[in-house]
Design a binder for this molecule. Sequence first.
Ligand code: LLP
Length: 419
Amino acid sequence: MDHFQLRDGVLHAEDIPLTRIAEEVGTPVYVYSRATLVRHARVFREALSGVKDPHIAFAVKANPNLAVLKVLSREGYGADVVSGGELVRALEADMAPKDIVFSGVGKTDAELLQGLEADIGQFNIESQEEGRELAAIASRHGKIARCALRVNPDVDARTHEKISTGKAENKFGVPIHRAAEIYATLAALPGLDMRGIAVHIGSQLSSLEPLETAFAKVGDLIAELRAQGQTVTHADLGGGLGVPYKTGEILPSPAEYGAMVARVTKPWDVAQSFEPGRVIAGNAGVLLTRVIRVKRSSNASPFVVVDAAMNDLARPAMYGAWHDIEAVQPSGAKSVSHIVGPICETGDTFAMNREMDTLESGDLAIFRTAGAYGATMASSYNSRGFVAEVLVDGDKFAVVADRLAAAAIMDAETVPDWL
Ligand code: LLP
């Protein structure tokens, strides 16, 4: 459930008409709802009530906006970070260092040291090489890094190939059949406290079955490690739970996910952590846009050219993703149109032959389910600025990220005087 609903013929974010945000902030603009974020954070936590002391680390990559992170830190969420930049944001949003997990295949030495200096809760080690480097850095600085070994369970998550992470051919984690040996090697190194296993098989998962298969493999590995005398006190089960992007689409609910996790992990006797991103933030945000003009040059469907583009919302161009599109002030008329942005490539297409609210020049519209992997994936392609972000809370709202004008981006460039 979200808080973007029609009231008196106008789409609102909580108590604020989106027309007001468009007038005061301009478009395109991402609009987030605090009440929706909080609701999702609580629903996910309640879903894990069958798991002993679950630790929830929001996947910052899904929405790194400081205000969004602050809302979640107030809900007791920690952070799953994948770069030094995300680590700084999580700390800035008052997430406790002990509640921060550092994932990612390419942590640099500088980032490993940054994590050690911040005394974060856990590093998810993605390779034997990374483990050795971290051990060396930690020893040199007289520190101990708490670690989980991320395994690649070779399970097909049955999601888009670009966001699948748990197949043997994907770059993530160590092959599960070698995990016990690598764990033992790393556990023997000074500077590392090897305490558990991490797994994450992909994102926008529409079935719990691949997750259950992966978790069962992790359970077997934990038993094998213990039989070999290793200590395993923690398991990080990653994120990945999908959300509906199309009206009427049914996905596994957080409650179903939590029940499956509780059932499969019951015998493990470990502290468990989770890294949800999309399920928390996805439906808590929309991208608000204005129609620049409607191009009717043939008898085919018209091109509705909006002021948002693939640089603002990359998912349709990158993954062929569907986002529901709705008029902010629907007249009731429906028609079939192509929805496109102004960028000069055909990939800048949000929808083809979509039956939806009829839009005319100057109308406002929203792309739904844009709170995760939306603004965070924005670029300045075609020398467009970076899109602005707004957070709504009841009857108040604030700009939580200024529009970064194309001119400001150009200011960071220099033409050498020898040109
Ligand atoms: N943990 C790890 C280690 C991850 O790599 C990810 C996402 C998550 C947690 C959070 O997954 P979630 O709960 O959000 O599914 N840009 C793509 C999604 C990329 C996901 C990358 N990893 C998209 O727009 O669909």
